[in-house]
Design a protein. Structure first.
Length: 249
C-alpha cells in the first residue's frame, strides 16, 4: 500500500482570501508559494492594478484584477466577500510587502473573518522585518507604529508617547517628511540611536546610523530620496549592541 506523499502541494481552497506578500523592491524575493497562488486564483485584488499588472506580466501570469485601495475599501470589500461566498479564490496584494501592514487589507480581512470565510496568509517580503533584523538594534522587543500623523501638534504628542515605550521603535516615513522627522527626533529623543533604512532590496539600498542630530546634518549636506523605514533604539540600550555608523550608497 502506497503511503501518501507528504511533499505534495495542497490545492487552493475555494472561498478563501489569500494574503499574498509581494516584493518590496527586488523581484527575486517573491516566493514560490506566492507565484502558485497568483497563478491558481480566480482574481487578484490589488492596491494599484497597473503596478500589480506589471508584476504579474513579469512572471507570465494573466488574471482579472480588482482595484482595492483606501478610498474604495468598503464598496469593493463587500464585492470581494460576495465572490468568496460564491466559492471564488481571491488573492489580495498591495504594491509592496505584506497586505495590511500600513497598506490596504485590514478592513477586508476583518470583513471576511466576520462573514465566516477562510483567510490564509502567504508570507513573504515585509519592509518592517527586513529593516529590523539588519538594523543592529535590539529585536527582542519592538513596537511598530506605521506612519506618524501629518500635523505638527499630533506628531509631537505621538513621539512623546512613543518615547515612553520600551524596546526598539519602528515606523515608516515618506521621502517628503523624512528630514522633518529626523529634526523632530533630535528634539524628542536626542540620545537615541537611530537607523534609517532606505530603498530596501533595491539597487540603491542605503543604511544611515547615528544620533538624530548627526543624521540631520547629513541631510543638510545631501538629501535622500526613496521610501524609509525608521528604527529608534531604546533609551537604555547597550551601546555595544549598536552597529557603528556606516553610510554608503
Amino acid at each position: 500500500m502506497n503511503e501518501p506523499d507528504s511533499t505534495a502541494v495542497p490545492p487552493l481552497v475555494p472561498g478563501t482570501l489569500y494574503l499574498v506578500a509581494t516584493p518590496i523592491g527586488n523581484l527575486e524575493d517573491i516566493t514560490l508559494r506566492a507565484l502558485r497562488v497568483l497563478r491558481g486564483c480566480d482574481a487578484v485584488a490589488a492596491e494599484d492594478t497597473r503596478h500589480t499588472g506589471r508584476l504579474l506580466q513579469h512572471f507570465g501570469i494573466q488574471k482579472p484584477l480588482l482595484s482595492y485601495f483606501r478610498f474604495n475599501e468598503a464598496r469593493r470589500g463587500q464585492e470581494v466577500v460576495e465572490r468568496l461566498h460564491a466559492g471564488a479564490i481571491i488573492a489580495l496584494v498591495t504594491d509592496a510587502g505584506s497586505p495590511g501592514i500600513s497598506d490596504p487589507g485590514e478592513r477586508l480581512v476583518a470583513a471576511a473573518v466576520a462573514a465566516g470565510l477562510r483567510v490564509e496568509p502567504v508570507p513573504g517580503p515585509c519592509a518592517l522585518i527586513a529593516a529590523l533584523t539588519a538594523s543592529g538594534l535590539p529585536t527582542d522587543e519592538f513596537h511598530f507604529v506605521g506612519f506618524l500623523p501629518h500635523k505638527s501638534g499630533q506628531r509631537a504628542r505621538r513621539l512623546a508617547e512613543l518615547a515612553a515605550l520600551p524596546g526598539t521603535l519602528v515606523l515608516y516615513e515618506s521621502p517628503f517628511r523624512i528630514a522633518r522627522l529626523v529634526s523632530e527626533l533630535a528634539t524628542a529623543m536626542p540620545e537615541r540611536e537611530v537607523v534609517l533604512a532606505r530603498e530596501l532590496t533595491k539597487r540603491f539600498e542605503e543604511w544611515l546610523r547615528g544620533k538624530p542630530a548627526a543624521l540631520a546634518a547629513l541631510w543638510q549636506a545631501r538629501p535622500r530620496k526613496g521610501e524609509f523605514v525608521v528604527l529608534i533604539g531604546p533609551a537604555a540600550s547597550d551601546s555595544s549592541s549598536v552597529v557603528t555608523p556606516n553610510h554608503s550608497e
